[in-house]
Design a protein around this ligand. Structure first.
Ligand SMILES: Nc1ncnc2c1ncn2[C@@H]1O[C@H](COP(=O)(O)OP(=O)(O)OP(=O)(O)O)[C@@H](O)[C@H]1O
Ligand SMILES: [Mg+2]
Length: 407
């Protein structure tokens, strides 16, 4: 052993040299001493680190451990090769690549201490595993971030889907509720109408003669209003029943272009008088869809009358409605677009809710879109809207050519 070399202190005793040797050999860090430019003594840990045995280290130039003599070696990123110059400037060096006997390199934190001008002690702490872990950590971190981004995206999709489901569920529940209410209200309403008409008949029977009581004329007019009110309610109920009727009665293969044309013709005069131009972008060879044409026509009437109102609300005195159709697999797509006033977020979120309207009393019941939604969902079709305030609205409808094939 080279304890004597290690302990050059004149006061060193054999006992203290012995202790020192134990510490030197047992140290978990690799240590070697350098005399001049040659390795003087090396410990076990250095043998483990470099793969050289002591005999191959001691007495050799320190360059033995330098990867710089092997330019073909690829050093790890942000590391530098061990160089003789490091011994000239004692201190600590991080991420130093030390050459092993097998041609690989190990990464160490290296510290050089000088005991005298010609004698140095070099400590090497192996950080290869630590660096490897750091690199893995960085990779894992990137993976985690990507996963997080993907998760956020999925989450947003899930939320959108959930909202659609909630809307669908709400509509189904409301459908049943409305069917029930419509049924229950119809009976008493008809009774009220009957009594109203009977009372009218009683007052009208004496119509020739001047009413004895001047209040009779007032009563007669009130009765008229009452019957009119009941008629209005009855028409709403009829409207609601179309929406909730479950049967497939009146279903057939229909030409959607015809249906759209019919709806636009029905409302054509109203559109023309407001300077609204209708532009059709119909695709060739649109396959027929299995549906009730009368109900589908109602959907396009509702969309057209909403577009009419939205354009009128801009006070420009003119506007345009575009209707595009196209085929996408087993679906037929209709895009119904207007350059009207558009919707803010709140209106857009509630547009399909029954009785939601932004129109003045007497102008809208807030049923058009919810009924259209109901009619379409019965044939497994979907309707979504894109709109911004001041930027018009786009309704996108997708109808399966034959919804029975989906069931
Ligand atoms: N094309 C559109 N542009 C701007 N807003 C629209 C459009 N279509 C619908 N809306 C908004 O959605 C609301 C609900 O429309 P919906 O057709 O259900 O009811 P309504 O038109 O108000 O009444 P109804 O159709 O029963 O006469 C409208 O009041 C309006 O605020
Ligand atoms: Mg409407």
């Amino acid at each position: 052993m080279h304890t004597a070399k290690l302990l050059r202190h004149p006061a060193a005793t054999p006992a203290s040299a012995r202790k020192f040797e134990v510490v030197f050999e047992q140290a978990s860090d690799a240590i070697f001493t350098v005399s001049g430019e040659r390795i003087d003594a090396a410990n076990h840990a250095l043998e483990d680190l470099t793969g050289f045995v002591k005999g191959e280290l001691e007495g050799h130039l320190v360059d033995l451990l330098s990867p710089l003599s092997r330019p073909e070696l690829h050093l790890p990123e942000r590391s530098r090769g061990f160089a003789r110059e490091m011994l000239e400037a004692p201190g600590t060096y991080e991420d130093v690549a030390v050459l092993r006997k097998d041609g690989y390199v190990r990464l160490v934190d290296l510290s050089v201490r000088e005991t005298d001008e010609h004698y140095k002690v070099v400590l090497l702490r192996d950080v290869t595993a630590k660096k490897q872990m750091e690199r893995e950590l960085i990779t894992k971190h990137a993976e985690l971030r990507n996963a997080y981004v993907a998760m956020e995206r999925n989450n947003a999709e899930l939320k959108a889907m959930q909202e659609t489901l909630v809307q669908a569920g709400k509509m189904a529940a409301l459908g049943e509720l409305t069917a029930g209410i419509a049924h229950e209200l119809n009976q008493p309403l008809q009774a009220i109408r009957g009594y109203g008409q009977e009372l009218q008949a009683i007052f009208f029977s004496s119509a020739g003669s001047e009413p004895k009581d001047p209040r009779q004329a007032e009563i007669r007019s009130h009765l008229g209003e009452m019957v009119k009110g009941v008629d209005k309610m009855t028409s709403i109920i009829r409207y609601l029943r179309t929406f909730t009727r479950k049967s497939t009665e009146g279903h057939d293969f229909v030409d959607l272009h015809h249906v759209i044309d019919d709806a636009l013709t029905l409302i054509g005069v109203q559109l023309q008088s407001r300077g609204i131009e209708v532009r059709r972008f119909f695709c060739d060879q649109l396959p027929p869809v299995y549906a009730n044409p009368v109900q589908l026509e109602q959907v396009f009437m509702n969309l057209a009358s909403n577009a009419r109102d939205a354009i009128e609300a801009t006070s420009r005195g003119s506007g345009a409605i575009e209707v595009h159709t196209r085929v996408s697999g087993k679906l037929v797509e209709v895009i119904f677009k207007d350059d009207g006033i558009g919707m803010d977020e709140r209106t857009k979120a509630k547009a399909f809710n029954p009785f939601f309207t932004t129109k003045e009393v007497g102008q809208g019941m807030g049923l058009g879109l919810s009924l259209s939604y109901g009619i379409l969902s019965k044939i497994h079709a979907t309707i979504v809207v894109e709109s911004e305030l001041g930027k018009g609205a786009v309704f996108r409808i997708r109808i399966p050519t034959d919804y029975r094939e989906l069931a």
